[in-house]
Design a protein around this ligand. Structure first.
Ligand code: DGL
Length: 266
């Protein structure tokens, strides 16, 4: 048993989709969440910058003596996970591998679509990972830069959102995919709109649930599951805590309080 907290971070609020699944699956775990709201979006930044930010956040989370860190951001997972794992001894888990494994299980035809931020899509991490497991898969990718601002403005299912979703997804649907990886932690909030465009026959892969399951499996294997009677969740954001909390309500369906912290980069 290990009652130390699990650290979770994202460029902003998107990682709360993962934190939410951790709360449900592992209610006896303490969680420390960091959202880098001062520097979001990561999706249009370079590998070097994203890696630097991710390292700063990891160091911040280590002050809480976290036992494991989840990079609950596809962009940071795509571009900085390897470097984080090389630089720190704490177990660090990203969201890409759990999502890929789930997609490969779900796909009947091996025709998989991937959507994500510009940085995630240009890294081709999903495609590389899928093909390293099954080289016969056909992978088609599309960056959807307008999805994050739509979610952050709470435009989850209106007519404009539907038009944008249609515009982005049409080329993927034309390639006859049977599975679509939602390769950004914001996108599960657009599931309803996405579903309206894809129809019900395409499997939507939301890596948040599998990432939580993967976390449980790792902790169980290492005999590090927590057993906190009154587990806590602490939330930190690097900018205006008010807007973090208001968006967090959309992601978690409840009010939370976040503390503002400024990372000094050391
Ligand atoms: N939540 C981030 C992700 O999963 C996207 C937001 C951003 O661009 O920073 O990729």
């Amino acid at each position: 048993m290990d009652n130390r907290p699990i650290g979770v971070f994202d460029s902003g609020v998107g990682g709360l989709t993962v934190a939410d699944k951790i709360f449900r699956l592992l209610p006896k775990e303490n969680i420390v969440y960091f959202g880098d709201t001062a520097r979001v979006p990561y999706g249009n930044k370079s590998k070097e910058t994203i890696t630097r930010f991710s390292k700063e956040i990891t160091k911040f989370l280590l002050h809480f003596k976290v036992k494991l860190i989840i990079v609950a951001c596809n962009t940071a997972s795509s571009l900085s996970l390897d470097s984080l794992q090389r630089s720190f001894s704490v177990p660090i888990l990203g969201v890409i591998t759990p999502g890929v494994e789930e997609a490969l299980k779900a796909s009947r035809t091996g025709r998989i679509g991937v959507i994500g931020t510009g940085a995630t899509i240009s890294s081709r991490v999903y495609e590389t990972k899928i093909k390293s497991i099954d080289r016969n898969c056909f992978v088609v990718q599309k960056s959807c830069p307008l999805f994050v601002p739509l979610v952050e403005n709470k435009w989850l299912d209106n007519d404009i959102t539907l038009k944008v979703v249609k515009k982005y997804l049409s080329p993927l649907l034309a390639k006859k995919i049977d599975t679509l990886i939602l390769g950004c932690t914001h996108y599960p909030l657009l599931k309803k709109a996405i579903r309206k465009i894809t129809g019900k026959n395409i499997v939507l892969i939301d890596s948040s649930k599998v990432t939580a399951e993967c976390t449980r499996d790792i902790l169980r294997k290492k005999n590090m599951l927590g057993n906190n009677k009154k587990a806590y969740a602490k939330f930190f954001a690097s900018d205006d805590k008010g807007s973090f909390s208001s968006l967090a309500k959309v992601f978690l369906g409840k009010n939370i309080k976040a503390k503002k912290v400024i990372l000094c980069g050391k």
